[in-house]
Design a protein around this ligand. Structure first.
Ligand SMILES: NC(=O)c1ccc[n+]([C@@H]2O[C@H](COP(=O)([O-])OP(=O)(O)OC[C@H]3O[C@@H](n4cnc5c(N)ncnc54)[C@H](OP(=O)(O)O)[C@@H]3O)[C@@H](O)[C@H]2O)c1
Length: 216
C-alpha cells in the first residue's frame, strides 16, 4: 500500500495517525529530530493490520511516498523546508493547527498566509499540500479500542492529491473522508480546531467531528 512518513511523528498526534495508517496496511515511518527516540516510540505502537510502524529521523520520513506534517505549528515551516528536496513531487499532508491557550480556551492564530497549510504549501512549491486530520483527538486515535467514528475534513488545491488522501483516510479504522474543497478553506478548518479543543476542555470530553446529513 506504500509508505507514509510523519515529520514530528513522535508526538501524540503523529502516533495516533501512525497506528491507524498501519492498521490500514501502510508502512509508516515516525520521523524525529532524534532517530533513537523515534525508534523507541515506534516500538510502543502495536497496529492491528498488515502495516508497520518504525521510527527514524525526519529525513527518512520525508523519503516516504506520502508525508504528514505533525510538528508544533511554530516549527512546521522550518521542518518541511529542511527536507524540501525530498518532498518535491509528493503529496504532503498538513495536520498542523496554529493555536494559543488562554485560560480554559484555545484561540486560533492566523499566520501571514491565513493558515498553516497555506504556509506549508508556500514553503513547498513543488509538493501537493493537502489538509487533513486537524480535529481528531490524539487520545482517541492512538487507542484502537476506542469507538472512534469521526469525519476527516480534507482540503487542498490539487484534486488528485485530495482524492489520494481521501482513499488513505477511508482505509483507516474509525475514520471517514469528507473532501471539503480548496486550500481557501484551510483557515476555517484549522481555526475550528480551537472550538473543538475548547469544547473538550469545558466538557471534559474527547469529542470529535461527525457531520450530519452525509451518506457514508
Ligand atoms: N494532539 C492532538 O490531539 C492533535 C490533533 C490534531 C492535530 N494536531 C496538530 O498536530 C501537530 C502535532 O501535535 P502534537 O500534540 O503531537 O505536538 P507535540 O507533541 O508538541 O509535537 C510533535 C513532535 O514535534 C517535534 N517537535 C517539537 N518541537 C519541534 C521543533 N522546534 N522543531 C522540530 N520538531 C519539533 C517533536 O518530535 P521530536 O522531538 O521527536 O523531533 C514532537 O514529538 C500540531 O500542529 C497540532 O496542532 C494535534
Amino acid at each position: 500500500m506504500g509508505t507514509v512518513g510523519i515529520l514530528g511523528g513522535t508526538g501524540p498526534a503523529g502516533q495516533g495517525v501512525a497506528i491507524r495508517l498501519a492498521s490500514a496496511g501502510y508502512d509508516v515511518v515516525l520521523g524525529s529530530r532524534d532517530a533513537e527516540r523515534a525508534a523507541g516510540v515506534a516500538a510502543g505502537l502495536v497496529p492491528r493490520g498488515a502495516g508497520s510502524v518504525s521510527g527514524s529521523g525526519n529525513d527518512a520520513a520525508a523519503a516516504c511516498d506520502v508525508v504528514v506534517v505533525a510538528t508544533p505549528w511554530d516549527s512546521a515551516v522550518a521542518t518541511v523546508k529542511a527536507v524540501g528536496e525530498a518532498l518535491a513531487g509528493k503529496v504532503v499532508i498538513s495536520m498542523v493547527n496554529a493555536l494559543a491557550r488562554e485560560g480554559r480556551e484555545l484561540i486560533p492564530l492566523y499566520p501571514p498566509r491565513g493558515s498553516m497549510a497555506a504556509q506549508i504549501a508556500f514553503a513547498l512549491p513543488r509538493s501537493s499540500v493537502v489538509g487533513a486530520f486537524h480535529h481528531l483527538p490524539a487520545s482517541e486515535m492512538v487507542d484502537l479500542d476506542s469507538d472512534l467514528d469521526a469525519d476527516v475534513v480534507i482540503f487542498g488545491d490539487v484534486a488528485g492529491a485530495r482524492d489520494q488522501v481521501a482513499e488513505m483516510v477511508e482505509a483507516m479504522p474509525g475514520l471517514h473522508a469528507v473532501i471539503a474543497g480548496s486550500m481557501s478553506l484551510a483557515s476555517a478548518v484549522e481555526a475550528f480546531t480551537a472550538v473543538c479543543i475548547s469544547i473538550n476542555i469545558r466538557h471534559k470530553a474527547h469529542s470529535y467531528v461527525r457531520l450530519a446529513g452525509l451518506a457514508h
